[in-house]
Design a protein around this ligand. Structure first.
Ligand code: HEM
Ligand code: SF4
Length: 417
């Protein structure tokens, strides 16, 4: 084991506080310091937080896990709505580019979106504010019941105004200025496709099947990257890979070669928008298998819906248990793993269905957490049948430019079966 840690650390993968009631890994924009449309590169700020506070014993016994996300991308690519603390870049009319602060998000069995505190954080105060919120959670967070301990439960009781007041009064050097909300995301935050870097080269976001890549695929990918003058890739919270530093003249030929090893830069609708959590193969909390069931469903849907014009992305998220690592409540179609009766006294793997969830645009009418319908379950073998059926019903019943999520929230329970 020590040899494994040593080798991981040698390539920059540290495991300190990767688990436990501690500050977990800080999620950063996968295109930090790369993308031409970036507002601010948060890399140095993340390094600063990690260097100062990860391993700090005064923060090593929090009430529960504490998750951080920071992005400078106008695509808002770190699912900031469901982290305990998030910084989203925004251009302040007076102070320039800094961050909008969100706190208290999380999913699992009591899902809740984070809320804005209405403050503006200049880059030089990011670490101080982070330490303030983590310390506030340590001192005021609930410790009596483990399933009521995340920061979201404290925020739910206090509300953002009181939270801000106590943060400023007791944990910061001085109050924070008011700040505007970031505008809606400019483009999808999964970074799939070809995008321009600040240095004139390109980055390419590619889609494996539900986030899984094998050792041989990674070796082929490394060889392809090197042959195209690149040595860098990154991963995204949407289970995509982002290949950096590709010269313009290599882009199209590389995309063809990537396709041959199962990495699509121009994926089908469901290949792109399906994610699945770790599931029973490797997760001890899992109730059902996820990756293979989801992959089989995507392959089947690619065939069945090939000739159908679906006007906008419809996301499919597959979880092996209620913890929601694959964020089912924020998907158009979210599947929560559970065992279902097989009709003969036994049980088969299956899922409870959540419909019409959404994320980044949740200030707008059409997005929020998904709804459940009493008794609406699918077996693992029936995922493709169900998704095909519900998508076709949506297309037949949709009014004007209505999104799947809006339709799913207004549709009759029978229509969603
Ligand atoms: C395989 C082992 C894993 C275990 C045992 C595990 C465990 C958990 C648990 C217990 C929760 C619920 C937290 C709560 O009740 O407050 C949770 C939530 C979550 N996990 Fe995992 N997880 C695993 C893997 C992952 C991976 C690989 C990712 C993504 C890279 C991930 C992302 C999330 C997200 C997004 C949530 C929901 C947001 C939240 O409430 O924090 N998990 N996980
Ligand atoms: S959702 Fe459940 S099964 Fe899936 S990785 Fe998280 S804890 Fe494991």
């Amino acid at each position: 084991m020590p040899e494994i840690w040593t080798r991981l650390e040698a390539v920059g993968l540290q495991t300190t506080e990767a688990c436990g009631d501690v500050p977990r890994v800080v999620l950063g924009s996968p295109v930090a310091g790369i993308a031409a449309d970036e507002l601010i590169d948060p890399s140095g700020l993340i390094t600063d937080i990690v260097a100062r506070y990860i391993g700090d014993e005064s923060l090593a016994n929090l009430p529960r896990k504490f998750k951080t996300a920071i992005t400078g991308s106008p695509s808002q690519d770190v699912v900031h709505e469901i982290n305990d603390i998030s910084y989203v870049a925004v251009d302040h009319p007076e102070f320039g580019v800094g961050f909008d602060l969100w706190v208290g998000g999380g999913l699992s069995t009591a899902p809740r979106f984070a809320e804005r505190l209405g403050v503006f954080i200049t880059p030089d105060r990011v670490a101080e504010v982070w330490h303030g919120v983590a310390s506030l959670f340590r001192d005021y967070g609930y410790r009596r019941l483990r399933n009521k301990a995340r920061l979201k439960f404290l925020l739910a009781d206090w509300g953002p105004a009181k939270f801000r007041q106590i943060l400023e009064d007791e944990f910061l050097e001085s109050p924070l200025p008011d700040g505007p909300a970031a505008p809606p995301p400019t483009r999808p935050g999964d970074h799939v496709g070809v995008h321009k870097q600040t240095d004139g080269r390109y980055y390419i976001g590619v889609t494996p099947f539900v986030g899984r890549v094998s050792g041989p695929t990674l070796l082929s990918l490394a060889a392809l990257l090197e042959a195209n003058g690149s040595t860098r890739l990154r991963t995204t919270p949407h289970q995509k890979l982002v290949l950096l530093d590709i010269p313009e003249e290599n882009v199209e030929s590389l995309i063809v070669a990537l396709d041959k090893i199962g990495l699509a830069a121009r994926p089908s609708l469901f290949r792109r928008s399906t994610i699945a959590c770790t599931g029973i193969e490797y997760c001890k909390l899992a109730i059902v298998e996820t990756k293979k069931s989801a992959t089989d469903a995507v392959l089947e849907l690619e065939k069945r819906l090939a000739s159908i014009n679906v006007p906008q992305p419809i996301s499919l998220h597959v979880n092996g248990c209620p913890n929601s690592c694959a964020r089912i409540q924020t998907a158009d179609i979210g599947l929560k793993g559970q065992l279902l009766p097989d009709g003969n006294g036994g049980q088969v793997p299956g899922f409870q269905v959540h419909l019409g969830g959404g994320l980044a645009s949740h200030d707008r009418e059409e997005a929020g957490l998904g709804r459940t319908v009493r008794g609406l379950k699918v077996t693992a073998d029936d995922i493709a049948d169900y998704v095909e059926r519900i998508v076709l019903r949506f297309l037949a019943d949709r009014r004007d430019t209505e999104t799947f999520a809006v339709w799913a929230h207004r549709a009759d329970e029978e229509a969603l079966q």
